[in-house]
Design a protein. Sequence first.
Length: 291
Amino acid sequence: MKKHFLYIALAVLMTACSDDFTLDLKGMFSSNGEPVDVRFAQSMTYNNDKGEMHLDMGSDDYMVYVCTDSHITRNTHVNLDYFIDTFNAETAPKIAIHLGDLIDAQKNFPCADSVLSLANGPLFITPGNHDVYFKQWSIYRSYFHTGTYWFDTNNGSKKLDLFICLDTADGTLGTKQMQWLRDLLEKKSKEGYRRIIVYTHTHFWKLDDSQGHTSNFSLEETYELAALLGQYQVDYVWSGHQHARQSVFFRGVNYLVLDATKDSEKGQSYMTVQMGEHAIYHYIDYPNANH
């Protein structure tokens, strides 16, 4: 026990030496900020003011670029830069999605925003646990405004796909967000979308303890969510957090967990999805990926 405590203390001291970090021990064990029900209420206020998002892709076929867990600091964001550059070079209709843990420590949102703002197409993000650690939700919200929302794509008057973003930064949806998801799926499942995609930061199926207390939903919540998503024939759930690729097919839903985008992570990659009659996805290694 003493040895484990020493390792933890050394890790904290080493991290604290970085100019990208402000020490807050409570933040290592909880978000130490607004709970998910409060974040959800604030997100809904923004969404209601902004109005619904309907993206005309100009085609039945388009590309989605997806990455996660970039954990950037002010000095390390090579892979995220590459992701944005590759997305910008895509000539087909497109959108981009970041599945959370955009930053690695405090004070890095300005840098993250400056990288993401270079995207030459719609880019969406969901908050990860690192994004709300250390009472950072208010900062996150000042840049990205909302953590729970939906948007859809169309080709003129023809509906295509529905995307639902969930705030899972605390490893739970909370009661209010869960009811919102239930009501939304009940309504939208009747509107004739060709597919429904849910994206989150926290993954559903826990394979190891690498992410500690934020590793995944409780067993009861996982059961409820899996039943709900299967009931309304959700096609895909895209997640991050685990830093390792995973695919689970359960009750008709394909759950995909992506590799990390973090520069120093082993097995770095992102995902592209060709959205057409079928959704065809590929994992793309970053040039400096360490396998």
